[in-house]
Write a protein that binds this ligand. Structure first.
Ligand code: HEM
Ligand code: HEM
Length: 188
């Protein structure tokens, strides 16, 4: 198997920076969705009542930092051309879906911060340190941001399912290089 050697994207292949960030973030993003749903079921006397949101927020901050870097990298780099067998409509759909994933993910990350900062005490990372931030910009910020956070999280999971099905379709039905390219495997 011939692996890609460059870290930057080219006209035909994704580079390692995008590939590593792509696969590294899949599990934490899906994990935070599951943890978020679990948090909704916790009662005041549950053991995880304090710890679960702290884990959720700490991982969330790491995802936010990596996503900001990934976004900048994407904005300032070229992207591989889609397979020639793709129709124009499929190319447009995939372009829109990727942009929608970025948009919805940032909506989740920003509303997450808005929920956590709303109390005015900053964001507590375990008992290690506090990330200071603006308190409430408007009344009921935590409730409003919480509703968007939840809605966007479900939207993201729907988009990701569609996205993964599309990737598998490319691989098994169209038999093109879309998936192998994102796995860092070089075209012959
Ligand atoms: C990929 C990123 C994330 C995903 C998929 C995600 C998902 C979720 C889900 C499904 C819930 C439960 C629904 C709700 O109560 O609103 C939740 C709750 C929550 N999330 Fe996130 N979240 C993410 C990032 C963050 C970040 C970055 C923060 C803050 C730094 C954060 C803070 C919170 C808080 C405080 C709650 C409890 C909200 C409440 O009680 O209404 N989340 N999250
Ligand atoms: C949390 C889950 C996921 C997120 C947030 C996500 C997000 C993205 C984004 C934003 C892109 C555009 C390239 C970039 O900017 O990085 C992309 C490309 C891609 N993703 Fe995912 N992805 C996820 C899961 C998956 C899974 C599970 C698969 C495979 C089954 C997959 C396969 C691909 C492939 C093949 C590409 C390249 C598409 C192309 O070249 O047009 N992704 N993904």
């Amino acid at each position: 198997m011939n692996l890609v050697k460059h870290y930057k994207n080219t006209d035909t292949q994704w580079g390692w920076v995008i590939i590593v960030l792509h696969w590294l973030l899949v599990l934490p993003i899906i994990g935070l969705f599951a943890l978020g749903l679990y948090m909704m079921d916790l009662g005041y006397y549950d053991d995880m009542y304090i710890l679960a949101p702290q884990i959720h927020e700490a991982i969330g901050i790491i995802i936010l930092a990596l996503m900001l870097f990934r976004l900048c990298w994407r904005l300032f780099s070229t992207t591989p051309k889609p397979p020639a067998t793709n129709s124009k409509l499929i190319n447009l759909a995939s372009h829109l879906a990727h942009n929608a994933i970025y948009l919805v993910l940032f909506a989740i990350l920003i509303t997450g911060l808005m929920i956590s900062f709303a109390g005015g005490q900053g964001l507590q990372i375990f008992d290690w340190f506090i990330i200071p931030g603006p308190a409430e910009f408007f009344d009921n910020q935590a409730t409003f941001a919480g509703d968007i956070h939840e809605l966007a999280a479900f939207g993201l999971i729907a988009l990701v399912i569609l996205h993964a099905v599309a990737a598998l379709k490319h691989h098994y039905i169209d038999k093109d290089t879309t998936l192998t390219n994102m796995l860092g495997i070089k075209e012959k």
